[in-house]
Write a protein that binds this ligand. Structure first.
Ligand code: S3P
Length: 449
């Protein structure tokens, strides 16, 4: 365990560039590993989750090599030619690696065993097992004492797999992507119906790699995505934009710390991801988009953010999928806003790296915030700009192996009087290894405890 007390900081000032988008980084490696020829990636997120994907694709035959900081080359094996991995695929903390790779394995004539850390081993896999079983894959608990809906699991791919039409029962880009990736090596057309739109990086990137993929809207407004199988993917050159989910911590930190003025460069603002910018702006946050452009087929801008008097709002549950990973950071902003913030429709937060509703409610209450935890959201009464009390003495916030809890409570710490002591900062490396260095550089006066 690596505990740390995050203490009140002076104004945050300067320019930062957050690491590459986690979702796009995973997909760059997976699709590169299935293309024939050399894919070159720059700006790749070198966090533990993405490294788990890289190791798994290597174990299944691709050449995945780091050539410089964030610069990687991938020589793929071609769709249909993944090799049987010799050892279990170690997924660490990464739900995205696990669910998407289960999709890939499901339509290849191979068997792979998936293992994960304590957090990942509690997360529901039934949501991918159901559709992938319909496609012909089979799933078995590798540890018989264990449920067959959680890791560790053995996946046996089907050859050939059967194309399906599947309506997503939960708004999940991971489930959608698992089915589309399985569809790549399935004869015929695989269809996913998505009643509530989720991040569309898989669709954009599969098209970019040359897959025959269509997206239409049906009479009820649901997105209907089809992919034609036995695809041939062409290698690509990809520049990964900065991760809006990582930028979110610095947006909130600058908004709640008096005197702050920060520019976050190169932030991906795909509309299926940018909900946090809208919501913070609606709360009165001063966030300006500068230099709007396209990077790697995704809309990108530099975000200029200044300390602002935030006001509580009722957050429309419709925006939840476009900021699903940003709620822990938003809860911190709400705890320091004036008035009440109401969130709802967030049941999915209970099955992330931790139960983010319960864990954030407990953590913020321990730091002096006023929170009511409901079944599907939090109701937060803010301080009106006053710092939170913080945690006293040895009182420690438990982060439950959840990187976003650790980073959110770090921000709560710099916006508190006494600071906030966190049990373990190591999970931060899953998505944002340079988070602490960036925070310390921006907060000239912050001292490590
Ligand atoms: C992701 C989808 C989301 C998100 C996760 C990354 C992806 O998960 O929380 O961090 O890359 O597809 P769900 O699909 O489970 O909502």
């Amino acid at each position: 365990m690596r505990p740390r007390r995050f203490v009140p900081a002076g104004p945050l000032k300067g320019r930062i560039r957050v690491p590459g988008d986690k979702s796009i980084s995973h997909r760059s490696i997976m699709l590169g590993a299935l293309a024939v020829g050399e894919t070159r990636v720059t700006g790749l997120l070198e966090g533990e989750d993405v490294l788990a994907t890289a190791a798994a694709m290597r174990a299944m035959g691709a050449h995945v090599e780091r050539t410089g900081e964030g610069a990687w080359t991938i020589n793929g094996v071609g769709v249909g030619a993944l090799l049987q991995p010799e050892a279990p695929l170690e997924m660490g903390n990464s739900g995205t690696s696990t669910r998407l790779l289960m999709g890939l394995v499901s339509s290849h004539p191979i068997t792979a065993s998936f293992t994960g850390d304590a957090s990942l081993s509690k997360r529901p896999m039934g949501r991918v097992i159901t559709p992938l079983s319909q496609m012909g894959a089979s799933f078995e608990a590798s540890d018989r004492a264990n449920s067959s809906q959680t890791l560790p699991l053995i996946v046996r791919g089907a050859s050939p797999a059967v194309p399906i039409t599947y309506r997503l029962p939960v708004a999940s880009a991971q489930v959608k992507s698992a089915i589309l990736l399985a569809g790549l090596n399935t004869p015929g057309t695989t269809t996913v119906i998505e009643p509530v739109p989720t991040r569309d990086h898989s669709e954009r990137m599969l098209r970019g790699f040359g897959a025959d993929l269509t997206v239409e809207t049906d009479a009820e407004g649901a997105r209907v995505i089809t992919i034609r199988g036995e695809a041939e993917l062409r290698p690509q050159v990809i520049d990964v934009p900065g991760d809006p989910s990582s930028a979110a911590f610095f947006l909130v930190a600058a908004l709640v710390t008096p005197g702050s003025d920060v520019v976050i460069e190169n932030v991906g603002l795909n509309p299926t991801r940018a909900g946090i910018v809208e919501v913070l702006t609606a709360m009165g946050g001063r966030i300006e988009k500068l230099n709007e452009r396209e990077v790697g087929g995704e809309p990108v801008a530099d975000l200029h953010v200044r300390h602002s008097a935030l006001k509580g709002i009722e957050v429309d549950p419709q925006v939840a999928p476009s900021m699903i990973d940003e709620f822990p950071a938003l809860f911190v902003a709400a705890a320091l806003a004036e008035g009440v913030t109401v969130t709802s429709g967030l049941d999915e937060l209970r099955v992330k790296e931790s139960d983010r509703l319960a864990v954030m409610a407990q953590a913020l209450i321990a730091a002096g915030a006023r929170i009511e935890e409901r079944e599907d959201g939090l109701v937060i009464t803010g301080t009106g700009g006053e710092p939170l009390r913080g945690t006293a003495g040895e009182d420690t916030i438990e982060t439950h192996l959840d990187h976003r809890i650790a980073m959110s409570m770090a921000i709560a710490g710099i916006a508190s009087r006494e600071g906030v002591l966190i049990d373990d900062t190591r999970p931060i490396a899953t998505s944002f290894p340079v988070f602490e260095t960036m925070l310390d550089t921006l907060a000239q006066d912050s001292a490590q405890g």
